[in-house]
Design a binder for this molecule. Sequence first.
Ligand code: AMP
Ligand code: MN
Ligand code: MN
Ligand code: MN
Length: 325
Amino acid sequence: MPDCPTDFALPASDALPASLEGVAGWDLHMHSRASDGALTPTDLVDLCHARGLTRIALTDHDTLDGVTEARERCAALGLQLIPAAELSCQWRGIGIHIVALLPQGVSAGLNAGLLQLAEARTARSREIAHRLEKIGLDDGLARARREAGSERPLGRPDFAAALVTAGLVPDRKTAFKRYLGAGKRGDVKTHWPALESVVGWIRDAGGVAVVAHPLRYGMTRRKRDLLFSAFIAAGGEAAELVSGYQNPELTRDLSRQLAFHGLYGSLGSDFHYPGGALAPGTLTPPPRSHVVPIWRHPALGPLIAGASAAIGQASIAPRLHHERS
Ligand code: AMP
Ligand code: MN
Ligand code: MN
Ligand code: MN
């Protein structure tokens, strides 16, 4: 580990752990109000700090709009923030989420990709609203917008909330189960770019692509093997070994699968809002395994070790860019 103290340098006792097992203070998958999370980036970072986290990534869906604010708060509190986002794509007709860890920020290629994702999300929202008309939700787009409470891009949770408010379902869980979950009429995936494109954009920015929550796609182990092979062929390098609460036995098996494919292992809570089952840093403990921790990746290691302020300087595409094109 480089010995390069900075303002953000952490005590020596906080050296990077050699394995994922027993890791504490990390959470590389969380959401803020920039997408479907309940907290502002500042409040999220405050909560992480209060819970003793030291290294975090804000991974809002298809946007880095919350990263600048989160970065400022992290700098003030001495937390290390990896610029990141959770990008939507599709592979073999399945909606897949790829966490982009972006130590060097956003490149022109990735910025163009983010614009494409924003447009896809807008077109998809219209399609979801159209499909939900058929089950009695009138003016779904405006209703979802009201639920979002801001101009941020809409997501399925906003439509779930609209269905609840309209009295068409008792709760959001039921909304997903009946209308918005995988394979239901409101699960529109056709707008999302291919897995290969998204991984290419991340590589273009010098980032690390991470398959988010691999156990949450309802895939067989064999299918997951195919996903990982396609992902690696496209330039992907990591997957989340643990996402929030996860069955320990399935996690052990997943660890063998990641080790077999030579994928780095990441981890995160996928925190969205307080009061639920998960809080920042809430994770099933990673098992003992041969999976190499994500912070050993050459693109992330030095920066996570506090080697420079580069992480604080990474250029995040300004909002202006989005508006211009
Ligand atoms: P979207 O990015 O618009 O496709 O929305 C995906 C988001 O919806 C996920 O990140 C979760 O926050 C939420 N979500 C997905 N499936 C469910 C579910 N079954 N129950 C509750 N929330 C869900
Ligand atoms: Mn979400
Ligand atoms: Mn996800
Ligand atoms: Mn997520």
